[in-house]
Design a protein around this ligand. Structure first.
Ligand SMILES: [Zn+2]
Length: 103
């Protein structure tokens, strides 16, 4: 996964195109991300045992990783991610726009 939890991303496709948000969860096996404020879906709920209110709640649903781009902290642009291997062998992500190391 090129995008991780707590990254800031911009949506580049779908109904939320242009929206920005923070990644709350990453689902590497499905290549999906849960992004704050993005991809709200309506879910109908039924009152169960008096603990939950019946009605419609809106909540975020995971979106596919290919629908978002990482926002670089340095240049503040939605960017493609490259990889670089440091001298100590550690692999890091780099911004393809400003070539800065992201993490
Ligand atoms: Zn950058």
């Amino acid at each position: 996964m090129k995008i991780k939890k707590n990254d800031n991303v911009q949506v580049i496709a779908g109904k939320d195109k242009g929206k920005k948000g923070k990644v709350r969860f990453a689902y590497p096996r499905e290549d999906k991300l849960l992004v704050e404020g993005v991809n709200f879906i309506k879910r109908h709920t039924r009152a169960t045992g008096g603990t939950r209110q019946a009605g419609i709640i809106e909540r975020e649903a995971p979106i596919h990783i290919s629908n978002v781009m990482l926002i670089c902290k340095r240049c503040n642009k939605a960017t493609r991610i490259g990889a670089r291997i440091l001298e100590d062998g550690k692999k890091v992500r780099v911004c393809r726009t400003c070539h800065e190391v992201i993490d």
